[in-house]
Design a binder for this molecule. Sequence first.
Ligand code: NAD
Ligand code: MG
Length: 406
Amino acid sequence: MNRDEARPRASAKGRANKGPVQRLAVLGATGSIGTQTLEVVRLFPEKFKVVALAGNRNIELLHAQALEFSPACVAVGDDASAQALRRRLEGTGIAVLQGKSGLREAACWEGVDVIMAAIVGFAGLESVVAGIEAGCTIALANKETLVVAGERVNALLRAHGGRMVPVDSEHSAIFQCLVGEPAGAVESITLTASGGPFRTRPLETFDRITREEALRHPNWAMGSKITIDSATMMNKGLEVIEAHWLFHLPPERIDVLVHPQSIVHSLVNFADGSSKAQLGQPDMKVPIQYALSYPDRWPAPHPRIDWSAAGRLDFERPDRRKFPCLELAYEALRQGGAAPAVLNAANEAAVALFLKDRIRFVDIPRAIETAMAQFDGPAHPSLDDLVALDRAVRRRVEELYGAPAY
Ligand code: NAD
Ligand code: MG
């Protein structure tokens, strides 16, 4: 592990921040991160030109976004959505692309400097890869990309001289704490977790958890998949793996603490005994904006903390019996190779089944554990290996639970 790399790169060759206007592709534009990204763009119209938008099937919203931001292209998930959107955008000159190839095309559309990678899940991987190959800077919200393909993605970033800036609030916090720090100064990092809606719920009642209860996150309003991941604490597990690839630290130097107030977004612990943290209201627009303004900070009206009324900041160890997904993620990271991709695919399939009321909350970690025992995959999987493995693991989880999830 190279400690030198555990800090922001000051002199990346990525295309961002070259001129006064950043040319943006917002992938996952209709989601929680995508819409908040466009809110940041609205705050700084002179700093951005939206060149490409991509979403899945929310044609209403994509249509409104296309009219507001006049991108060169909009990519949608399927043929029917593309036809519907094409009719609506007739005469505007905006190209409508579709499917996986359309998404890749949108990512590397002529002139894109920065990609906001905000598609959820494995579906976001290929567009990030296409963007890196085209020399774009990646603002990364789609943590699953690094979980599944961290080794490949880092190799591509090195090969293309690219830059990746984290959007995930914990990783943004660490990234911010590392600015200006010398190489080799980091002893460990501590990711904070809200603990989700079931932090204080007794373990004996976990088999009765409903979808509605799991979707009620105490501190953050997010897409449904990450909200369930927060309830199982798999989100923190995925973030441990994400942090490993972003900051080049081994699993034993990445710690997790539950911090119910979600004010301290994460900490870096340095070799001299000092720790630095980044704090703020739980509002994703701050890390989204930082990923786009880095290395600058732009004044903005995001909510402030009234420190005189902030009260207590609590920290506690996560309960690993209630949240076995966290340990499964550490285990996948220790195993390495394709294990994190198996973990991720099984989790995505199990969460989709849970959201359809086909399995119980407590079945999610069981499905993942079973998949991890049944699949191993190559030590250094190619992107094609990862696509095949992802498909096979999902199919297996769906077979095991007797009903197709998609
Ligand atoms: P979301 O469900 O609200 O939005 C997902 C977006 O991806 C939507 O625009 C959807 O149309 C698009 N999408 C999904 N599948 C697609 C496909 N096959 N092709 C094209 N587009 C597709 O999710 P979100 O909460 O915005 O999360 C997005 C990513 O950011 C996730 O990886 C999540 O882990 C990460 N993240 C989110 C938050 C948050 O606060 N929401 C915080 C940190 C990290
Ligand atoms: Mg996070």
